[in-house]
Write a protein that binds this ligand. Structure first.
Ligand code: MD3
Ligand code: FE
Length: 224
């Protein structure tokens, strides 16, 4: 069996806390895992290429009629969509009329392992939202309220250009913490922190050696 490919778990298990800076706690039930995905980033990026070939990024329209600066796609049983009639999850990609591509095992296991590291056992994501930011793109402060399962955390993976993440409170006007998110960083938000306002400042111009002039953020959710 020596020729067997290492699994996601094998690769992440080699990345023990001794080599890895401790999880940084940013909220009562939220943690940043710096560089957590780096040991398997090649597999993640090839999975991502295949996903975006099957379900291309597109600029969705908000219920208010504005085109988002962020390009989005999804994989998994459910994908997050928005149009003039509202925000929701859909089993069908409105662009193709077909189901979203399946969630690659490497992504499912990566999200599960990150959630576990943050103390959330048995995280089974059924949705992964893919957000692409080119320099200048941003995400205004908002709450994620379209998932019904608030008990499950949300897990994110940042790739490419750095971003300044804004982590606010429970009212839009509460002061936000600013948290830099870099290539390979993962964040797990759970429990009470799930309903905190959050956003992303406009991405600064730059070029990432692997991803070029863009940032990609994957968010894993239990949406169904
Ligand atoms: C914190 N995405 O897709 S990371 C989103 O970087 C979103 O693309 C940002 O906000 C991005 O909704 C932020 C993920 C994130 C997702 C949900 C959260 C952070 C969260 C819910 C509660 C608190
Ligand atoms: Fe959000």
């Amino acid at each position: 069996m020596s020729s067997m490919q290492p699994t996601t778990f094998d690769l992440l298990a080699d990345h023990e806390p001794a080599q890895q800076p401790r999880a940084e706690q940013i909220g009562e039930q939220s943690w940043v895992l710096r560089g957590f995905a780096l040991p398997i980033v090649d597999q993640v990026l090839s999975a991502l290429d295949a996903l975006l070939a099957a379900a291309p990024l597109r600029h969705m329209v908000t219920p208010g009629g504005f085109s988002m600066s962020v390009g989005t796609s999804s994989c998994g049983a459910l994908g997050w969509i928005t149009d003039r009639s509202g925000y929701r999850y859909s089993a069908v990609d409105p662009l193709s009329g077909r189901p979203w591509p399946a969630m690659p095992l490497v992504l499912f296991e990566l999200a599960q392992t990150a959630a576990q590291r943050a103390g959330f056992a048995d995280f089974h994501a059924d949705s992964c939202l893919i957000n692409q930011y080119i320099p200048g793109a941003k995400m205004s402060l908002h709450q994620d309220k379209d998932e019904h399962a608030y008990a499950a955390p949300i897990v994110s993976l940042s790739l490419g250009l750095p971003a300044m993440f804004l982590f606010g409170g429970f009212a839009r006007s509460d002061k936000s913490q600013r948290i830099p998110l870099l290539h390979g960083d993962m964040v797990v938000w759970g429990g009470v922190d799930r309903l905190r306002f959050h956003g992303v400042l406009p991405i600064k111009p730059g070029r990432h050696p692997r991803l070029g002039e863009r940032r990609i953020n994957l968010t894993f959710r239990v949406a169904g």
